[in-house]
Write a protein that binds this ligand. Structure first.
Ligand code: ZN
Length: 216
């Protein structure tokens, strides 16, 4: 005798309806405030949100007003860090950028990479170590550690670099969506580009402007 296919499907169906029941239960909001999803538990990404709640109204270093700020806008003191720890100056940041690239070239990148992996746990890169700078993880007011440094130096910088490259390349593709296939430089110069196989638009040689002893 052949087996009834419905019988075989029966336990499966029962299980499915049990699953559906469970899903329905899960969909019902639990009593009380719903806990934030794990990815949202990290807190705001805005630096200003980490200004201390019971903040001093004046900077302990320079006495400038700092209400609601994470860092003093006058001397760069970071409110959640010990007195005397201030933001690196723009000049130092730029110097660090140049030095970092110089170190990469001088060590054929591989040396820089090994050095970087060794100093990442201290919140530093090779240039930052030489210039006594450190990357701080704001929510915990401490030095960034290996993974955050790795994310900052390779993933985040990679994404920004890619975005910049794509954005800067857009003008070169302008003719693709332009009615007159003009590039932006065509617009600036009031030009467009045609194919002229038979040279029909070649300017004819100019007649000599004025022959010596010519007509009046
Ligand atoms: Zn200050």
């Amino acid at each position: 005798m052949t087996e009834n296919p419905h019988d075989a499907a029966e336990p499966k169906r029962a299980e499915r309806s049990k699953k559906a029941e469970r899903w329905k239960k899960a969909e019902q909001p639990p009593a009380g405030p719903r806990p934030a999803p794990r990815w949202a538990q990290r807190g705001p990404s805005s630096a200003r949100a980490y200004a201390p709640a019971s903040a001093p109204t004046v900077c302990p270093v320079c006495r400038g007003p700092v209400e609601g700020e994470l860092t003093c806008q006058f001397c760069g003191q970071v409110m959640v860090l010990p007195t005397g720890i201030h933001l690196s100056t723009v000049g130092l940041r730029f110097g660090g950028f140049l030095l970092e690239n110089l170190l990469m070239i001088c060590t054929l990148y591989i040396g820089w990479l090994i050095w970087a992996f060794l100093v990442f746990p201290q919140g530093q890169t090779p240039a930052k170590q030489l210039l006594h700078m450190r990357v701080i993880y704001i929510p915990e007011a401490r030095a960034a550690r290996w993974w955050r440094m790795f994310f900052r130096e390779f993933i985040a910088k990679g994404i920004i670099g890619l975005l910049a490259a794509v954005t800067l390349l857009i003008p070169y593709f302008w003719l693709l969506w332009d009615r007159n296939r003009q590039e932006l430089w065509d617009k600036m110069a009031t030009t467009l580009v045609v194919t002229d196989r038979a040279d029909r638009l070649r300017p004819s040689p100019q007649p000599p402007a004025e022959l010596p002893g010519g007509r009046s």
